[in-house]
Write a protein that binds this ligand. Structure first.
Ligand SMILES: NC(=O)C1=CN([C@@H]2O[C@H](COP(=O)(O)OP(=O)(O)OC[C@H]3O[C@@H](n4cnc5c(N)ncnc54)[C@H](OP(=O)(O)O)[C@@H]3O)[C@@H](O)[C@H]2O)C=CC1
Ligand SMILES: O=C(O)CCC(=O)C(=O)O
Length: 432
């Protein structure tokens, strides 16, 4: 059962996790066969006319991993390290997570290899629109519905939505989610990933009979998912004692106020109308300053990982002192590190449950766009809580009942649902 190999490659790592789950569930061979590779991968070149008149071409991808349970769903990432393998793996995780929380979606993901912080606002808009022109043929409300991910906030998604409407020659709001509310985006989507993660942390804390005020939390990352998680967890009474971003980390044993730090971090952004924040959490005063990765080794109750993949791996896992890990990012703990934490009895609350708040509210946005309804923020937040707590509780109970890790339990819940769909579709199915 246990994997011996140290996988050099993210997708091999993910597939090896899938193999393990398929074996444990004794799924039909058709299921394993279908889920071992994506059903559609599109590679594109996005040409952008730069402000200085030169032309630059950025590679991009859109991958639809599996569409058994519904149209492909998943964000678009702008990052200098994005590649096809990463996008494919992220699309696989989307398929699993949508099934874990019982959404009528398959998994998809997109990416463009670019450092977006080096582009002007207009160059960025041309890139966002160019990407949509390149992938529009495989998009659509019943086919593939993109959304935000790293470095694609509501502003960027708004440009993409507008470009899709131009191509379609009509309004198609349900073709992409995470839009600004003025363009029929949903209330509550911006904070949804962090809010959902907090509900899962609460579930675990309740099970452990642990009070928020007695629980210290360190958070890696201070972007969309991390900030809203930090803000809401602070409001609930958890003690946020450390934060980091790509430039550094800060710590205070007395606790940090995420809103005050975000205020300082984004001061210049508002003054200069920037799409991204160029400042760091390190701008905060009266706190201890640490090297960025020192945060991962702090002696805290909960280490929340909300930046990128593979942050805890074979080489640093033994330095982790936290009593539990909360995976808000996708894939922040490698499978080797995961096994080691399991051996040490350190629970890992897995990404495919913890960060589903974003896609759940994207689903609510899509439903509102299809019906023309507008739900209040209160309604959205209540529905999100009901759905993530219901499915999260099933995962935690299954882990206890079957004496397996939370990750194993979540994967079993998701893969079982996809497997049932694959088999119900019949013997001569087309994957598209
Ligand atoms: N946005 C969403 O709705 C969802 C996001 N996720 C996942 O959550 C994670 C974060 O996404 P999101 O918040 O949207 O992205 P953002 O781009 O908003 O934020 C990313 C944050 O991570 C920080 N960061 C990058 N590298 C490091 C590092 N090595 N150490 C510490 N911090 C680092 C960035 O720092 P800096 O500020 O300096 O750039 C930034 O604060 C990703 O894995 C994403 O796939 C999952 C579900 C939904
Ligand atoms: O909101 C969505 O549809 C997907 C968000 C996403 O990319 C993710 O959950 O990783």
């Amino acid at each position: 059962m246990s994997r011996q190999k140290d996988h050099a490659n993210l997708f091999d790592d993910a597939r090896s996790r899938l193999e393990e789950v398929c074996e444990a569930l004794e799924v039909h061979d058709d299921v394993r066969e279908r889920l071992m590779q994506p059903s559609l991968s599109l590679q594109v070149s996005v040409s952008v006319r730069m402000d200085d008149g030169s032309l630059r071409v950025f590679p991009g991808w859109r991958v639809q991993y599996d569409t058994t349970l519904g149209p492909a769903k998943g964000g678009i990432r702008f990052h200098p390290d994005v590649n096809q393998e990463e996008v494919t793996t992220l699309s696989f995780w989307m398929a699993v997570k949508c099934a874990v929380v019982d959404l009528p979606y398959g998994g998809g993901k997109g990416g463009v290899k670019v450092d977006p912080k080096r582009l002007s606002r207009l160059e960025l808009e041309r890139l966002a629109r160019g990407y949509i022109r390149a992938v529009a043929d495989i998009m659509g409300p019943d086919r593939d519905i993109p959304a935000p991910d790293v470095n694609t906030n509501a502003t960027v998604i708004g440009w993409m939505a507008d470009e899709y409407d131009h191509l379609a020659r009509r309004k198609v709001p349900a073709a992409i989610t995470g839009k600004p509310t003025a363009l029929r985006g949903s209330y509550g989507r911006v904070a949804a990933t962090g809010r959902g993660a907090l509900h899962v942390l609460d579930l675990w804390a309740e099970q452990e009979q642990r009070k928020p005020e007695d629980t210290t939390v360190a958070i890696q990352g201070f972007g969309n998912a991390a900030y809203h998680f930090a803000r809401l967890a602070h409001e609930r009474g958890y003690r946020i004692v450390a934060l980091s971003d790509s430039k550094g980390a800060i710590r205070s044993e007395n606790g940090l106020d995420p809103d005050a730090i975000m205020e300082r971090k984004t001061q210049n952004q508002r003054l200069h109308d920037l799409v991204y924040c160029d400042e760091s959490v390190c701008i905060a005063e009266d706190v201890e300053h640490l090297d960025r990765d020192d945060l991962l080794a702090l002696d805290v109750d909960v280490l929340a990982l909300a930046a990128l993949e593979n942050q805890i791996h074979a080489n640093n896992v033994d330095q982790v002192q936290a009593r539990a890990l909360l995976e808000i990012a996708n894939g922040p703990v490698s499978s080797q590190a995961d096994e080691r934490l399991n051996e040490r009895g350190v629970p890992v609350l897995p990404d495919v449950l913890v960060n589903t708040g974003g896609v759940i509210v994207s689903y609510y946005e899509w439903m509102q766009n299809l019906t023309g309804e507008r739900w209040s923020e209160e309604t959205i937040n209540e529905r999100l809580k009901e759905q993530i707590v219901r499915e999260g509780r099933r995962v935690l109970e299954r882990a206890e009942r079957e004496d397996i890790s939370y990750r194993q339990a979540a994967y079993r819940q998701g893969i079982e649902r996809i497997a049932e769909g694959i088999l119900e579709r019949g013997n001569c199915q087309d994957t598209e």
